[in-house]
Design a binder for this molecule. Structure first.
Ligand code: ATP
Ligand code: MG
Length: 349
């Protein structure tokens, strides 16, 4: 494996000070796949203080409690993590304790998937005790250890698994597949921030649509049952962008263009996931529709649209054209006391 010079410099400095150091995780995986790594991580037997002393370069402290020192090299940041052995996850996310270790194998054992549990060194070559390389060749996402235990320890791994499925197009190994479906509820324990981070990568993946289709029920759990209800046709609460996305996903008859994630669509989905409200420009009907139905041009058109928007935002009305048009009544009908004027379910105009 060829590491960039700034990474090589980090390895060399640690080793010159008498510590073992390896490139590890995603950068090894991506190098073997011929993909450009998004970042380079190093692991070492040196403790954080020892790492800092050995490097003689600026470092950032973030994560030092978990054994991570970030070297601020000229080529970019390099995260250097002390070999660790983890134990006990009572919150499904953070280990209760982290034990430092002197053994690379311990550190590889705590990693999530075999393809992420390889270490490599420019002169010492690959360390792959868990068979990551073979799984790369088989295009298989296999957990390190028992999938049920590993997902239960840290539910983020479920989402990472789906993310790698979407980015690499790999199959998820059978017992892992079963475990992630069984434990899908734990996805609710993952912080919104991490969900967004992973979803951003997932939706950018070349296999995003297959993944969303195959694991639609997990995404439903992640993003709320009301969306599920919408997707399955039960009286919907609106959540237009995500619901539409899932509808596409669950309906193989849909054209694929609807599923291709342009940056715009991706941003829209992410904005939605981040909890951004549906705005007037998202509303599925426009002022034009009102004019065509006999409304006179003027401020009333805007008022009606805003009332519809509020109904949509409060979940009283789905943001769908037919429903919105159905909730409207012509000004004449209104004058005659007809039309839908149910404040709970529609808009009185
Ligand atoms: P990316 O290409 O997005 O950087 P990555 O696999 O490198 O993907 P990182 O967040 O950079 O992801 O993590 C680096 C490595 O740390 C992973 O390859 C994996 O070995 C390990 N890791 C990350 N998150 C977890 C986790 N939740 N549980 C166990 N190991 C993890
Ligand atoms: Mg990485």
């Amino acid at each position: 494996m060829t590491a960039p010079p700034y990474v090589r410099a980090v390895l060399d400095k640690l080793e010159a000070a008498g510590y073992e150091a390896w490139c590890v995780g995603g950068c090894v995986r991506d190098s073997l796949l011929g993909r450009a790594p998004s970042d380079w991580d190093v692991c070492t037997c040196a403790r954080p203080e020892e790492t800092k002393a050995a490097l003689s370069m600026p470092t950032a402290e973030k994560g030092a409690a978990y054994g991570t020192v970030t070297a601020l090299t000229e080529g970019g940041p390099v995260e250097i993590t002390t070999y660790r052995k983890e134990g006990g996850y009572s919150d499904h996310r953070r280990p209760d304790f982290v034990g430092f270790s002197l053994c690379l194998e311990d550190d590889l054992q705590r990693r999530d998937f075999t393809i992420n549990a390889m270490a490599a060194h420019p002169s010492r070559g690959l360390r792959d005790p868990l068979g990551g390389r073979e799984d790369l060749e088989k295009k298989l996402l296999r957990c390190v250890g028992d999938p049920r235990r590993r997902f239960d320890e840290d539910a983020l791994r479920i989402l990472r698994c789906l993310r790698f499925r979407a980015v690499l197009g790999f199959e998820i190994e059978e017992t892992a597949k079963k475990a992630l479906r069984d434990l899908a509820d734990l996805l609710k324990t993952v912080s919104r921030e991490r969900v967004l981070e992973e979803m951003d990568k997932l939706l950018a993946g070349a296999y995003a649509e297959e993944t969303l289709k195959e694991y639609a029920e997990l995404f439903c759990i992640l993003f709320g049952e009301k969306i599920c209800a919408d997707v399955s046709g039960v009286p919907p609460e609106p959540d237009r962008r995500w619901a539409q996305l899932l509808k596409h996903v669950q309906n193989p008859g849909e054209t694929l263009t609807a599923l291709r994630f342009t940056n715009r669509r991706r941003r829209a989905v992410l904005a939605h996931l981040a909890g951004d409200p549906v705005t007037l420009s998202d509303l599925q009907i426009k002022g034009r529709d009102l004019l065509e139905r006999g409304y006179a041009p003027g401020p009333r058109v805007g008022e009606v649209l805003h009332m519809l928007l509020e109904d949509v935002q409060k979940g009283r009305l789905p943001n769908e054209r037919s429903a919105l048009l159905g909730a409207l009544c012509s000004p004449q009908a209104k004058a005659d006391g007809q039309g839908l004027v149910d404040p709970g379910h529609g808009v009185g105009v």
